[in-house]
Design a protein around this ligand. Sequence first.
Ligand code: GTP
Ligand code: MG
Length: 369
Amino acid sequence: MKSVGILGVGQAGGNMAEIASVLGFQTALINTNQRDGAVNTRVERKYFVPGYNGAGQDRSLGMRAVQEKYREMIDFVLGSFKNIKLLLVAFSTDGGTGSGMSPLLIDLLIDQLPGIKVGAIAIIPERNVLAGNRINTAECIEELSQIEGISSVFLVDNDQMRKLKPQSSKHEIYLSANRQTVEAISHVLKITNKSSFYGNFDETDLMNILGTRGVTLISSVAITDTKTSAEVSTKVQSSWENSIFCPVESQGVIRAGLIYEGPETISKLINVPSIFERVGEPVQLFEGTYLSETDPTVTTILAGLYFPTRRLLSLEESLEKNKERLQNLVKKEHTQKYESSISWASNLKIKKTEKQTVSITSKLSKYKK
Ligand SMILES: Nc1nc2c(ncn2[C@@H]2O[C@H](COP(=O)(O)OP(=O)(O)OP(=O)(O)O)[C@@H](O)[C@H]2O)c(=O)[nH]1
Ligand SMILES: [Mg+2]
């Protein structure tokens, strides 16, 4: 059994948990909307918050659901995962349910799950989403970044997938993003089960890295046909730009993993200081070398990174630019009135309501000659 569990919250979280189930993770989901969660058939354990029918992009509704039902939610989580070392709560930051519930829920779970670290898989929306979604993301990330005892936060960037596949439908973007995220985590877990003569990367190493507070990124890159250390370093560094996670923006990785799989000849080209030049040397590095005749691949895990200010500002900027227009739009909701210029014409439609009955005798006399 894998030592990482995935708890999906809200629709995107449920979809992430669905793929995780397929890849053999222990999973569960929580939603305010039963119909959304029902489609994730591979997830066996589900908790639907009674009395809710979705949060309609309203984070405060999601948050309220936790305030009302946190006891049930904690019990549900305790009963859903067995022998895990890390629980990752997956959700989108721009909806209502997952975005509103998750920071508070994570904060509570940190103290309520003995011996289990709690981290997050938080989805950042594409650049073209509308104001309401941007506001949700900004609020959610701010709350998430303030949680004291939190472990790794994986920031899944839907925009990264859009860059790779500009013509895809939303659905394809979501599915590929979910798959890549769960595969990256699954890949590093699988490595911990392999043995090597030359340097094992074991589960304790991995948990040490993933237990780090801050933003975490996992990336893998094939280094087939590379001839120099500099080329290898460049390829590894560009894998940090092209993974499904928000690209690294600044120095400051705290703990890292560096795993090489492939033939021995190419393993000699790995030069740790040169690889880490861009992000700064971490406090601790956990290495693994697995010699085989497969394509040479370097997998890196960078933990303890700063939240990517530039990426988040790109979401906030358009709010700032449209501040007045947005404020006016919202004000208008309650102030707007339509005044018709033809109100006089309403009289045209007034029917005489009371019909005067005329007596038979008077009608008869009217026709009398
Ligand atoms: N990567 C990924 N992103 C998704 C997926 N589904 C939705 N999203 C993102 O999540 C946003 C919508 O959030 P949902 O997860 O549907 O919201 P929710 O948590 O269910 O909250 P409410 O529907 O408001 O109650 C979209 O704008 C996308 O950014 C998914 O399966 N994968
Ligand atoms: Mg939903």
